[in-house]
Design a protein around this ligand. Structure first.
Ligand SMILES: [Zn+2]
Ligand SMILES: [Zn+2]
Length: 649
């Protein structure tokens, strides 16, 4: 018997030969048993497959484990099937719609007929799922002719799956079975249910069929699963901690921001304490940008329709913009982005190569229409203040400019104690040039290579995402994790070789010919809204000294020490420290507790001994009593701590 051999290309560049028909799982086993136990799925020529599916042709192969997003998604989607099996056994006659993986976990939409799922049922279902998971049932894939699939669900009387089948072509239909449950699904799935070791069903919600409120309301059950109990426990503990650190709760308690019915949804009002945080962030940005050679500009919050036709925001981005205002026969739009205004600043005066690179910065206010259902605290709003800048440069300057932008991100991460981050580099897809992507094959290749090199040379962690670039150039989405391990998308950083041309931006080159600049869009601190929302969770409301709205609270033990307290207050204020005296006629214990709750970094407790010796008893938030210190020495210390923007307590 002759065995046909196929060539498998691995991500590290290795190429090995195997017999045709081998599965990714068997390949993993041939590498190591340990690896095989972790393989959840496989990426074959860029497409995620069941690890158990046979490979018949030469292919590129990446084994997917829990460490890859696609591995986790496959795990969670397979868990949705497991949940469906449990639901079917407890609620016979249930009909299922779709059951995708979501950012963290999965859900399945179902029609329970006359039956109803309650919170107590979730515990029963979890138990059933655990039982079924332990049976190590394989997810078995079966290709199915359309007619056979249709008659299967006709017999079952399942109008939902029949509806899904209507849009599927014969030859592309697959069924998956694990244990006693069979589902119409294109896959992929994990090898067997035994991988699912820890299960938590979290929420029951209503969801209209196909998202249309005219349709029947289905029941949506959410859950999350993990390959170990330890990971589930950690996740639940993180959720518990996140609840305590909820930026909406802390934002209210600390007087950071508020919302008002009359102002409108998604339009936060920044209170005095929040405004201090904003001003400190802007001070940091201005110092940093000035040192990096940026110039500041100020531009209006709105512009005429014609500018957004030039930029292409209209009509393509219209549904994210507020509707237009009519004035003197012209339409005006609130801006959703600052770029077009900055391009106009660039174009205002003739430019030569000597003016390049030109870096224009502005904390720009933008307005975006988000559906009311999408609004969420400071994270999804309709008015945002962006740490924006646009860098106009020549091709030769691009590498250095991009490197400097990356450096700025890393500097900010150090200041804010952001230890976990990753840059998602989104690339173009050459076959879609001229449609999804501006038709500049050479520029795409060059800039992608330059951006990649910056990330590699600076040791910045990054992943590459094919076919997700912006229309006009590669982009980098910055993902950061808060101190409790929750993920946030901070900002996007984009290369742009289209807008310059659309706006006819030009500079005179060294050879006297007109040239179009490359543009870098960057916003390392994102928007005040999202970034302060993140910081509230990250610091649990305990801002470092330099950001804290109130930095020092002076607590006299009694009125006798008020004059001395006032003289200390004077000294602190002269040194630009934000300080106050607790003048209330309360016991010192209560004053200390209240100041702790207000999360003020330093307290100075003033009594007889302190007054006589010209000192103060210092308490540090989170550290407790630091002992009696001379007022001048204390002042020197905190002035230095503030100036250095120390983030550790
Ligand atoms: Zn499936
Ligand atoms: Zn921009």
């Amino acid at each position: 018997m002759i065995h046909r051999m196929i060539k498998i290309h691995f991500p590290d560049g290795a190429v090995r030969e195997y017999q045709a028909g081998i599965s990714s799982l068997e390949i993993a086993k041939s590498i190591s048993e340990g690896l095989a136990k972790k393989v959840l799925a496989a990426k074959v020529n860029g497409e995620v497959w069941d690890a158990s599916r046979p490979l018949q042709q030469d292919a590129s192969l990446q084994l997917l484990t829990w460490d890859q997003q696609e591995g986790r998604s496959t795990f969670w989607h397979s868990s949705a099937h497991l949940m469906a099996e449990a639901v079917e056994s407890v609620f016979p006659g249930v009909k299922f719609w779709v059951g995708p993986a979501v950012e963290k976990g999965f859900y399945y939409d179902m029609d329970l007929g006359q039956q109803k799922i309650t919170e107590e049922d979730l515990v029963v279902l979890e138990k059933k799922m655990n039982e079924l998971a332990k049976q190590n049932n394989s997810y078995i894939r079966k290709e199915m002719p359309k007619q056979e699939a249709v008659s299967y669900f006709q017999q079952k009387g399942d109008e939902y799956k029949l509806d899904l089948l209507e849009n599927l072509e014969d030859g592309s239909i697959t069924f998956y079975t694990q244990g006693s449950f069979t589902d119409l699904c294109r896959g992929p799935h994990i090898p067997n249910t035994g991988f699912i070791k820890a299960i938590k069903l979290t929420t029951i919600a209503g969801a209209y069929w196909k998202g249309d409120e005219k349709n029947k309301q289905l029941t949506r059950v959410y859950g999350v699963t993990f390959p170990s109990q330890k990971e589930l426990d950690e996740y639940l503990a993180m959720l518990e901690e996140a609840k305590k650190r909820d930026h909406r709760k802390l934002g209210k308690e600390l007087g950071i921001f508020t919302m008002d019915e009359d102002v409108g949804p998604g339009l936060p009002l920044w209170l005095p304490n929040g405004t201090i945080v904003i001003e400190e962030l802007e001070k940091l940005a201005k110092e940093t940008e000035q040192a990096a050679g940026y110039k500041r500009v100020v531009t209006p919050h709105l512009a005429k329709e014609s500018m957004y036709l030039t930029s292409g925001h209209l009509p393509y981005y219209a549904e994210s913009m507020f509707p237009p205002m009519e004035l003197e026969g012209q339409k005006y739009y609130l801006r959703a982005m600052n770029c077009p205004h900055h391009h106009k600043v660039f174009a205002a005066e003739p430019k030569s190569y000597k003016d390049m690179p030109l870096r224009l910065a502005e904390y720009g206010t933008c307005y975006r229409y988000e559906q009311s259902g999408e609004l969420f605290g400071l994270m999804r709003v309709r008015c945002l203040h962006m740490n924006d800048a646009h860098i106009y440069c020549t091709k030769e300057q691009f590498y250095e400019e991009f490197r400097a932008v990356n450096e700025m991100y890393l500097k900010y991460f150090r200041i804010f104690g952001i230890e976990q981050y990753v840059m998602r580099l989104s690339l173009h897809e050459p076959s879609k040039l001229g449609q999804k992507y501006v038709n500049e094959p050479e520029l795409w290749k060059e800039t992608e290579e330059l951006v990649r090199n910056v990330l590699i040379k600076t040791g910045t962690p990054f992943v590459e995402v094919p076919d997700e670039a912006a229309f006009y150039g590669p982009k980098i989405d910055v993902q950061i994790w808060s101190a409790i391990g929750r993920e946030f998308t901070l900002a996007t950083n984009q290369v742009d070789f289209a807008q310059g041309r659309r706006f006819r931006l030009e500079f005179t080159g060294q050879d006297n010919t007109p040239q179009t600049p490359l543009i870098i869009h960057r916003a390392p601190l994102g928007t005040h809204e999202r970034f302060i929302g993140f910081l509230l969770e990250h610091y649990a409301g305990k801002f470092p000294l330099w950001l804290a709205p109130l930095q020092v609270k002076i607590l006299p033990i009694s009125d006798k020490f008020m004059d001395y307290s006032k003289s200390i207050l004077e000294t602190l204020k002269n040194a630009d420290i934000r300080a106050e005296i607790d003048e209330r006629n309360e016991k010192i214990g209560k004053k200390i507790r209240d100041t702790e709750l207000a999360k003020v970094p330093y307290m100075l407790i003033i009594g007889e001994k302190e007054m006589l010796e010209g000192k103060a008893s210092v308490r540090r938030q989170g550290k407790g009593d630091l002992g009696m210190i001379e007022v001048d020495a204390f002042l020197q210390n905190i002035v230095a701590e503030k100036k250095n923007r120390q983030s550790e307590m």
